[in-house]
Ligand binder design. Sequence first.
Ligand SMILES: N[C@@H](CCC(=O)N[C@@H](CS)C(=O)NCC(=O)O)C(=O)O
Length: 216
Amino acid sequence: MSTIKLYYFPASGAARIALMAARLVGVPIQLEIVDLMKKEQYSDAYLKINPLHCVPTLDDDGFILSESRAIACYLADKYGINDTIYPKDPKKRAIVNQRLYFDCSNLVIKMRAICYPIIYKGETEIKENLRDDFNVSLSILDKYLENSKWVAGEDVTIADTTIYASMSGIFAIGWDLSSFPNIQRWLKDCSSLPGYEENEKGAKIFAEAVKKNLKQ
Ligand SMILES: N[C@@H](CCC(=O)N[C@@H](CS)C(=O)NCC(=O)O)C(=O)O
């Protein structure tokens, strides 16, 4: 098999979605760091492979793919050795897809609304309405986990690695999860996922970038 490259930056939750999917699938990848702090995503070479100038981007022997969740699905489809992490059964797969879309269209939007103004725009506190809004989304995630071990059923799937990678940055700032017992239980289970430690490193960098700008 030729080398699969993943253009990556540790603090990026999106990049860690792709990384954790690769670790879950068990396919070897070579990480190519794109330093967002140095604006390397705007280099001519990178813009050629990803005009959206963001990480992650996958290069599988010349097949170029961006969008973290699309990368996760592709890796599971192409290299997954079992049928559970991204099921072929249409209904099971639909639930995994629903969770992936819930992550990108809801959880991440609300997480970014809180964190990005603090990291990039001089905001120094978490606005109450944004906190409440994010907690509403977390209550939905908690509900999904009420009757199942993992976010899309009894088996671990790429929906778990995705939501975990997405949310671990904001959780690492010390988000109050006391009202979400099922999320707390799931987070403990996530510590056994492949790629967990690598993800944690990046999540901590992200959380530090938020915390250093927050008023004490
Ligand atoms: N929907 C995309 C989002 C990717 C994204 O926004 N990546 C950010 C880091 S989390 C980035 O590279 N930003 C740099 C830029 O947009 O210039 C995905 O999930 O892959």
